[in-house]
Design a protein. Structure first.
Lengths: 310, 307, 372, 558
């Protein structure tokens, strides 16, 4: 089922890939991370694959964009769980086109021509929690999520587990949900509440909103764990670490397989358990060797399956 | 517990400041008969221009000036359309917001590009010695940035300076209530409306600057995220009166802040419900369930002499 | 007595030109030439942005045209969008005839969608379409009408401006959808795992709008419904006593009351119809693929429909024309991104400039009434 | 400013609205130190002229000079800056503000001093703390005049200022005009009343259909010459009673004016009413113990009773604001009384909706015809039949516009209404013709038990007044009870069988208009005199108003 070479609409020698980004490409978060992968893939397969994309699409227009891609592309990739219903619907209507959904329900089942890719944000959150606990001086940490969506709620749970795994005595605050991944002012308020409650390191899954957390950290001598894009350490002292979730790697993965002709409909869980590990944590400054060692140990345990984050 | 209360109050005020600025302008504009649904766009433009100005010049002060200028420019466009050309205020308001969103998103990729992660020069809080230690009120009122204090001053100045007791305030009310009569009394109806919209633009620009330069030292797409609409709603909830509007802003701020203090207080409140609360409050206020309320009769009615 | 707070109502009959204006004035002031001018201006701005995006105008034009009319799919989905806008604008126009400005399309859309989802999900899986579809649409109408009814009641009982109340009810309606899809006790699909998305389960097959344009085209029955609604509303407003009564109430509630018209009932009816039409549009959005109720499903259609209604200025022909224009432009805009690489923000800029230019240009067509 | 230059000199003034030429090559000279009257029928262009002078309208053509200097106002502010003050009939006070705030809007320096001066010089003392929306029309008009005087203008323009004033106030206003002229300034006074012109004016200009029909010093223009200029018919064609209403015969007592009135001036197609339809006797409209409280707790109507008989015309005189508006609102169904009941031919209609009242046969001509009487933006035909659309059905659903226009055409011809046809917008009609349409509509009710008309001739020209009066008489002759509320005493004296006087929510009297001292007695009652000549106490007066009095069998009026 769909494991053969390109049988898309054009039938020519260039393959067509369309990517739907419901949010903004410059959100400094999930979408932007994916877009970085999109750009890498476009560069790598220049000439062989033609890419097109849409961003900032209204809910009612998801289907329109997906169908348009489906009529011209060999592979259609859709980002974010919010498009789940539409992707499944459209995929069923275009059985000859390959579809990939990134970041949908992690337990989602693949379809005949639909892959579901899970970037394992929860695993990243586990690492983020561990790092937070290890870096905390007050022994209190907290997590801020953009919205009370399943993926984020799970990440919050993993954050707690990670923190407790790294330091059983750590106090983890009740997770906060801002209600918007990009609302900087509210994110800042949320972070201030966290710092006010005694935390000194916060984990987050926010997009643009993490700027607000960084501001709050600067004001309250706290710190945060950045991500999903690992920026260069030192550009902002509030970032104690970055937890990297390479959402774009999944776009590359899908396109690589498309070009190689061995794309298949599957559920893939990226992250540390994957063949090429995709989640990582980058520590900023010098927290001392113990921290790094403890984190490496946890990573090893995850890779080995001793710790599961799903 | 007291730390939580401190944070609740301080957070409430902090979230209220942009509202306070924008709605004190919007109040005046509505009293003069112009409904600016474009406050959101004005703020967004101000935030963008403020961040861009601060980045380019390296000075937050310059950022404030560019925010002010951009707010004014945007307001001039809105006033040209709705006051001079008498285009429908609702259409121009809604559309101007879309324009601002598109233009600032486009502009931010040009101006900030990949530097979007970096921060721009901004303002830091200046605690007022002594006063900021007062429990609850201290952190809320006396730990603001320069722009935050300016916001208090602007809101108070507008509330006092344009109260109905002053000649200016009276003129504004007359123009919003009955433009033809005001015109026959020799009041410059269009000029006042134009000026009111410009003022709304200026203060909304400042509100945007407050978001970008005092709160986060950065610009991000759609950084206002509906705060401008909330400013319009605060005027409604304040029943077109200055002090109640200010109270409404503070209330809205605290209601939002509650969302973040709630976990620490051990409360579970549904975020969508809290987000909707201000609108419900405004609806109750305006429906006369809480005191009498009446919009200016001339609200959204364009002025045309000789009709 | 100050006039009721209304935007300029009824289309201005282009009266004779003022003596001082040159001969050309009527030609320049004609709505069609003004509209063309607005399109040209917005197009010029668009051209600049297209060039800025590194795309050639030809590519951009092709992408736009292809997105609008290039395939049965393009046409069908444009028609669907246009139908949703037309429904809202049709209702707006009816209420506007009664002197009421319904700013609340978005909220009524949400109310309609909510009710449609609730009813649709309550239906048994094997419900026949002849039963399911009308039920879902009627639920949408009723809920939209009830939502607008709140504003109508506040207006007739307490004199609260419907502009303000319907505006507020938008935000509340959007909020209610959020709450409903987040709570399992309400409309959220059964939470089977921690990964269950906050949206409703899909409506049963028999509650979904039937397609009308064959396999290739996504056009649904909503297109027919919108067309019928516009035609019937047009006839009722122009040719029946009800239409005349609404107009009378719109121009002068006091005189209408004196003449024995049931003013409150007419006003309530007008606004409720507007809400109902928007509610049907909301039901349509929910009952179209993928047939689930999700947060933000209204996608600003309510506001766009309001803009369509205001720009059409009371003419249902204009409602049809402007909704089609907007519907096709929305779809063309998506394709502009997809096929020509023009950023979303550029498309948004050009679309809003177009509306602003048209709104401003109306000045030219109404100026004849002015005396100064 | 040269001493000899006229205060205002207008030449070649032209202003069109669409195809309608409201002013056509108008020339007008107002000498300094004079009161200049502008006369003319409804729609002649008087207000348009005032609006041009006041800067509210910019003319298409024409030159204006003010005290010798060119004057081209673009907006009202320009006129004010030039020392011109205007009194408009509508739209000139902000209703939600208090009187004091309205005055402060003028942004005059030393306002208290000016207010004091106006009080001393003209005896006008506004209640500064009252909210304008709470004030009756007459009081508003006084505030309006104060507003103009506060500016100490060198040219005062008054557009029909006396319509809502009582006789004493009118006298005071005219004296004010004289005083301003005596001070070397000038006044432009728009009026329909030749008596006022004669008393206060020095010169007059008559407009007809936008053109100057004539003019000159009033000393050389007796009413016999003015009337034809105004209405294009000789003064003799007006009935004598009517002449009184425009002040032609104001100072002469008018005993039996009603009796001398001949058949109406206009075409009267329905004079041949069969005697069988006539009904006589009390009880057509009966108000008993009706009380209406205002928001401030005072009584707008203070347990008032009144009985209007079939075929009887009862007038309500009185200074505005003594409960007349509330009485009309009560009859129209816009207001429910706090106490008492209203009966129409024995049927209780106290709380009936307007539609039911109409069905029961109560016609109401409201005071504010623009707001309540008609829908100006709709065509004449629609205005005539809006309440009876069910009659014009096609295929059960559609509106039969042809039939409606046909029916409207018949009404327009029958009532001699001048308009652009049934399809013409109501707003395009002159004030007089608008009023005729409203009256025609109410008179067409079937059955018509009672007609209540408030200020039925306010703002109408003499020709129109005549037509309205004759219509009212015809209705009464057919047995309809008529209640007329008017601030125009002369009108009531010629029209009514019986006059009661509204005073602080009570109805005093009645007075028989055919008595020689009727005018004086009414004047005394209007001031609340407890012992009007020939009457007992106030209570007795009230009782008398209530008591059904013998109704003239075959009224001598007709
Ligand atoms: N704004 C306007 N638009 C169109 N026509 C107008 C307007 N104002 C006045 N007219 C028309 O111009 C003509 C002159 O009107 P104007 O108000 O000057 O008459 P008038 O002499 O004051 O009458 P009245 O005695 O009834 O007050 C009328 O036919 C009127 O219908
Ligand atoms: N917009 C309009 N279009 C057509 N006719 C108009 C319009 N406005 C006023 N008129 C006409 O002008 C005439 C005068 O109107 P009206 O008596 O209400 O006001 P006015 O007394 O003339 O004005 P003002 O109160 O300013 O002195 C009426 O015949 C009316 O029909
Ligand atoms: Mg006039
Ligand atoms: Mg008049």
């Amino acid at each position: 089922s769909g494991s053969s070479a390109a049988d898309g609409a054009d039938g020519g020698d260039t393959l067509e890939v369309g990517v739907l980004f419901p949010g903004s490409l410059s959100d400094d978060g999930f979408m932007e991370s994916a877009y970085l992968g999109y750009q890498r893939a476009a560069e790598k397969h220049a000439g062989a694959v033609r890419f097109s994309k849409v961003e900032q699409v209204a809910t009612a227009d998801y289907e329109k964009a997906l169908v348009r891609f489906a009529t011209t592309s060999d592979l259609v990739i859709s980002l974010g769980g919010q498009t789940d219903a539409d992707v499944r619907n459209v995929a069923a209507r275009f059985p000859k086109v390959k579809f990939a959904e990134i970041g949908g329900p992690a337990d989602g089942k693949p379809g005949a021509n639909l892959s579901v890719y899970d970037p394992q944000q929860a695993e990243a959150a586990f690492l983020s929690g561990a790092a937070s606990a290890l870096l905390s001086k007050t022994g209190t940490v907290g997590f801020i999520g953009g919205a009370e969506l399943p993926a984020i709620v799970n990440a919050a749970k993993e954050y707690r587990k990670g923190a407790e795994a790294a330091d059983p005595d750590v106090k983890v605050l009740t997770p906060q949900y801002v209600g918007d991944f990009n609302d900087v002012a509210k994110a800042k308020q949320s972070a201030l509440a966290g710092f006010g409650a005694g935390a000194d390191v916060l984990g987050q899954i926010l997009n643009l909103g993490h700027k607000g957390v960084a501001q709050a950290a600067g004001q309250r001598d706290g710190a945060l764990v950045g991500g999903p894009i690992a920026r260069e350490c030192g550009s902002d002292p509030a970032f104690a670490a970055y937890v990297e979730t390479d959402v774009g790697a999944e776009i590359e993965y899908a396109v690589d397989h498309l070009v190689a002709g061995d794309w298949k409909a599957e559920a893939v869980h990226f992250g540390l358990t994957f063949a090429e590990p995709h989640n990582d944590i980058v520590l900023c400054g010098d927290p001392g060797p113990a921290v790094g060692e403890k984190l490496d140990e946890l990573k090893r345990k995850i890779t080995a399956g001793e710790i599961t984050t799903r | 517990m007291s730390a939580v209360l401190d944070e609740l109050a301080a957070g409430g005020v902090r979230l209220a400041i942009p509202l306070l600025l924008a709605s004190s302008g919007e109040l005046l504009s509505e009293r003069a008969g112009v409904l600016n649904l474009s406050v959101e766009g004005m703020m967004l433009t101000g935030a963008f221009a403020g961040a861009a100005g601060a980045l380019a010049s390296g000075s937050a002060g310059v950022g404030v000036l560019t925010a002010l200028a951009a707010g004014l420019l945007f307001a001039a466009l809105q006033a040209l359309l709705s006051v001079v050309l008498r285009a429908d205020q609702i259409v121009t308001g809604i559309t101007a917001n879309a324009l601002a969103l598109g233009a600032t998103t486009y502009g931010s990729r040009l101006v900030f590009g990949d530097a979007s992660a970096d921060s721009v020069p901004g303002f830091d809080p200046i605690p007022v010695p002594g006063l900021h230690r007062i429990p609850v009120l201290g952190p809320a009122l006396f730990e603001q940035t320069a722009l935050g204090y300016a916001a208090f001053a602007v809101a108070a100045a507008l509330a006092l300076g344009f109260s109905r007791r002053t000649g200016w305030g009276l003129a504004v009310d007359a123009i919003g209530e009955d433009a033809t009569t005001a015109d026959r009394c020799g009041l410059p109806v269009r000029a006042v409306r134009f000026a009111a919209v410009l003022l709304t633009g200026a203060v909304s620009g400042l509100a945007g600057a407050q978001l970008a330069l005092s709160e986060v030292h950065a610009f991000s797409d759609n950084i206002t995220g509906g705060i401008g609409h909330l400013a319009v709603v605060a005027v409604i909830a304040g029943r077109w009166l200055a002090w109640p509007t200010i109270l409404a802003c503070l209330f809205f701020g605290v209601a939002q802040s509650l969302q973040f203090a709630a976990p620490a207080l051990g409360l579970h409140v549904s975020a969508p419900l809290l987000t909707t609360l201000p609108y419900v409050v405004a609806l109750l206020a305006v429906s006369g369930l809480v005191g009498r309320s009446r919009a200016p009769s001339g609200l959204t009615v364009p002025f045309l002499r000789g009709s | 007595m100050p006039p009721p707070p209304l935007p300029p109502s009824a289309p201005a009959p282009s009266s004779a030109p003022r003596a001082a204006l040159p001969r050309l004035a009527p030609l320049l002031g004609h709505p069609v030439s003004v509209g063309l001018l607005a399109v040209v201006l917005a197009g010029t701005a668009g051209l600049g942005l297209v060039l800025g995006a590194g795309t050639t105008p030809a590519t951009a034009w092709n992408a736009l045209a292809e997105g609008m009319f290039g395939s049965p799919y393009a046409i069908g989905s444009s028609l669907n969008s246009a139908a949703v806008l037309a429904l809202i604008a049709t209702g707006f126009t009816a209420a506007h005839r009664a002197g009421l400005v319904n700013v609340g399309g978005e909220g009524q859309l949400c109310a309609g969608g909510l009710a449609a989802a609730a009813v649709g999900l309550a239906l048994p899986a094997g419900v026949p379409a002849v039963l399911g579809v009308p039920l879902v649409l009627v639920a949408g109408f009723a809920a939209g009408a009830a939502w607008a009814g709140i504003a109508a009641r506040l207006r007739t009982r307490r004199g609260t401006s419907e502009v303000i109340t319907t505006l507020l009810l938008n935000f509340i309606g959007v909020g209610l959808v959020s709450v409903a899809v987040h709570e399992e006790a309400l409309l959220r699909q059964p939470v089977t795992s921690s990964e269950t998305l906050p949206q409703s389960a899909p409506l049963p097959e028999g509650a979904r709008l039937p397609l009308i344009g064959g396999i290739e085209s996504p056009a649904t029955a909503i297109v027919v419904i919108a067309a019928l609604a516009a035609v019937i509303t047009g006839v009722v407003l122009r040719r029946t006593a009800v239409g005349l009564r609404l107009r009378s109430v719109g121009h002068s509630p006091a005189a209408s009351a004196r003449l024995g018209l049931p003013v409150a009932r007419l006003e309530t009816g007008g606004l409720a119809f507007a809400g109902g039409a928007a509610g049907v549009a909301g039901a349509g959005l929910v009952a179209m693929a993928p047939s689930v109720l999700a947060e933000h499903f209204s996608s600003g259609y309510g506001f766009s429909g309001l803009v369509v209604g205001l720009l059409a200025r009371g003419s249902l022909t204009a409602v049809a024309a402007v909704s089609l224009l907007f519907g096709f432009l929305t779809n063309g805009g998506i394709n502009l991104q997809l096929a020509a690489g023009v950023p979303a923000s550029s498309v948004q800029i050009v679309q809003s400039l177009l509306v602003l230019f048209v709104a401003a240009a109306m000045f030219a067509t109404t100026r004849n009434r002015s005396t100064s | 400013m040269s001493a000899t230059a006229p205060a205002l000199e207008i030449s070649g003034l032209t202003k069109s609205f669409g195809t309608m030429r409201a002013l056509d090559d108008v020339r007008l000279v107002v000498e300094a130190g004079t009161v200049h009257c502008v006369l003319g029928e409804n729609g002649a262009g008087k207000s348009t002229l005032c609006h041009v002078v006041g800067g509210s309208l910019v003319p298409d053509k024409g030159v204006l000079r003010l005290y010798g200097t060119p004057y081209a106002p673009r907006r009202p502010a320009d006129a004010l800056a030039a020392g011109i003050a205007m009194v408009h009939q509508h739209f000139s006070l902000v209703p939600t503000l208090t009187v004091g705030e309205n005055l402060r809007l003028l942004r005059l320096r030393d306002l208290p001093r000016r207010v004091a001066r106006v009080r001393e010089e003209y005896g006008l003392e506004p209640d500064l703390d009252a909210r304008v929306s709470d004030l009756p029309v007459g009081v508003r008009q006084r505030v309006e005049i104060v507003k103009a005087l506060l500016r100490e203008p060198r040219l005062l323009v008054l557009d029909e200022p006396t319509g809502v004033l009582g006789p004493a106030e009118t006298d005071a206003l005219l004296a004010t005009c004289r005083r301003i002229a005596a001070a070397g300034h000038a006044v432009v006074l728009v009026t329909h009343k030749l008596g006022e012109a004669a008393r206060a004016g020095d010169a007059a200009t008559v407009l007809r259909a936008g053109r100057v029909a004539g003019g000159g010093p009033l000393a050389e223009l007796p009413p016999e010459r003015l009337v034809p200029l105004m209405i294009g018919r000789p003064a003799a064609s007006l009935d004598a009673g009517l002449a009184g209403t425009i002040g032609l015969t104001e100072d002469r007592p008018s005993p039996g004016a009603g009796a001398s009135a001949g058949p109406g001036t206009g075409a009267s197609p329905e004079t041949g009413t069969s005697g069988a339809e006539r009904r006589r006797g009390p009880g057509a409209l009966r108000l008993s113990d009706v009380g209406v409280r205002r928001a401030d707790g005072s009584y707008a109507l203070d347990r008032t009773s009144l009985d209007v008989g079939f075929g009887e015309i009862v007038g309500i005189a009185g200074v505005e604001g003594n409960g007349q508006s509330e009485l009309m609102a009560l009859l129209g169904g816009a207001l429910a009384p706090d106490t008492g009941r209203v009966e129409l031919a024995g049927r209780d209609i106290t709380r009936a909706a307007p539609r039911e009242r109409t069905r029961a046969g109560l016609g109401v001509v409201p005071e504010d015809r623009h707001r309540e009487g008609c829908v100006p933006q709709l065509p004449v035909a629609e205005n005539l039949f809006l309440g009876r659309l069910d009659r014009f059905r096609r295929y059960g659903v559609f509106l039969d516009r042809r039939a409606m226009n046909h029916a409207a055409d018949a009404v327009l011809t029958g009532h001699g209404i001048r308009s652009g046809g049934p399809g013409a917008l109501m707003s395009s009609l002159s004030g007089g013709n608008q009023q005729k349409v409203v009256l025609a509509r109410e008179l067409a009710l079937d059955p018509l038990v009672c007609l209540a008309a408030a200020q039925p001739t306010r703002g109408l020209d003499i020709g129109a007044v005549g037509a309205v009066h004759s219509r009212i008489r015809q209705a009464s002759a057919k047995g309809t009870a008529v209640l007329v509320v008017s601030s125009e005493l002369s009108e009531l004296l010629v029209l009514c069988d019986r006059i009661v006087v509204a005073y602080r929510g009570k109805l005093l009297g009645p007075v028989d208009p055919s008595q020689p001292d009727a005018r004086e007695r009414i004047g005394a009652l209007m001031l609340g005199a407890d012992h009007p000549a020939g009457s007992g106490t106030e209570g007795a007066g009230r009782a008398a108003a209530t008591a059904p009095r013998p109704v003239p069998g075959d009224a001598p009026r007709h």
